[in-house]
Design a protein around this ligand. Structure first.
Ligand code: AP5
Length: 191
C-alpha cells in the first residue's frame, strides 16, 4: 500500500501516519521528522535546513527530494509506505510521480484553522518543537500551507486519488475513518 497524507500543520499527519504504518505494516516516512533528525544530529543537511524549520518556511525542493528518494529506496519501504509531509509543492508532487507512480490514495486530513491552532498551542506547552512556540510562526506555517500545499488537493483530485477525511474528533475516531477507507481500497481488485 502506498498512501500520501496531506493536511495543514496540526491536522494529524504524523499521528495518523504512525497508525496507518502499524495497521498495514508499511513504512512511515515523515519529511518533517527526517529533517528534524538531521537538524538534531548537526549533519550538513541539518545545518542547512535549521533556519527554514525555525521560521516555518519550506526547505528547498531539491534537498527534500534527495532525502525522500533515499528513504523510499530502503528495504523498509519495499512493502509500501505512508508519506507524511511530502509532497508539499507542485514540483515535489511531479517529482514524486517520477519516483513512484503507483499511489493507492491521497488522504486529505481536513480540520478548521481554529482547531489546528488549538492542537499546536497544546503541543507547544508540552513538547519542544521550535516552530510551535511563537503564534506568528504557527500562522506563517498555515499561510505557507495555503499558498504552496493546498493547490495539491486539485492536483490529486484530478487524478482521482484524493479522499477527504474529517480530521476532527479523537485520534481513535480519525484512525477509524481512515481504516474504513483504506481497508476498502486494499481489498479492491487491481485495474
Ligand atoms: P512537518 O513536520 O511536516 O510539520 P507540519 O506540516 O507543520 O505538521 P505538524 O507536524 O505540526 O502536524 P501534523 O499534521 O503532523 O499533526 P500531528 O500528528 O503532529 O514539517 C515541519 C517543517 O519541515 C516545515 O515547516 C518545513 O520547514 C519542513 N518540511 C517538511 N516537509 C517538507 C517538504 N516536503 N518540503 C519542504 N519543507 C518541508 O498532530 C499535531 C498535534 O495534535 C500533536 O500534539 C498531536 O498529538 C495532536 N493531535 C493529533 N491528532 C489529534 C486528535 N485527533 N485530537 C487531538 N489532538 C490530536
Amino acid at each position: 500500500m502506498r498512501v500520501l497524507l496531506l493536511g495543514a500543520p496540526g491536522s494529524g499527519k504524523g499521528t495518523q501516519g504512525e497508525r496507518i504504518a502499524n495497521r498495514y505494516r508499511i513504512a512511515h516516512v515523515s519529511s518533517g521528522e527526517l529533517l528534524r533528525a538531521h537538524s538534531r544530529a548537526g549533519t550538513e543537511v541539518g545545518r542547512a535546513v535549521r533556519p527554514y524549520l525555525a521560521r516555518g518556511d519550506l526547505v528547498p525542493d531539491e534537498l527534500v527530494l534527495s532525502m525522500i528518494r533515499a528513504e523510499l529506496a530502503t528495504p523498509a519501504a519495499a512493502n509500501g509506505y505512508v508519506l507524511d509531509g511530502f509532497p508539499r509543492t507542485l514540483p515535489q508532487a511531479r517529482a514524486a510521480e517520477e519516483i513512484d507512480n503507483a499511489l493507492d490514495a491521497v488522504l486529505f486530513l481536513d480540520l478548521p484553522p481554529a482547531e489546528l491552532i488549538a492542537r499546536l498551542d497544546k503541543r507547544a506547552d508540552r513538547a519542544g518543537r521550535v516552530d510551535d512556540q511563537e503564534r506568528s510562526t504557527v500562522q506563517h506555517r498555515l499561510r505557507v500551507y495555503e499558498e504552496r500545499t493546498r493547490p495539491l488537493l486539485d492536483h490529486y483530485r484530478q487524478r482521482g486519488l484524493l479522499i477527504r477525511i474529517d480530521a476532527a474528533g479523537s485520534i481513535d475516531e480519525v484512525a477509524e475513518r481512515i481504516a474504513t477507507v483504506l481497508d476498502r481500497r486494499s481489498t479492491l481488485p487491481a485495474d
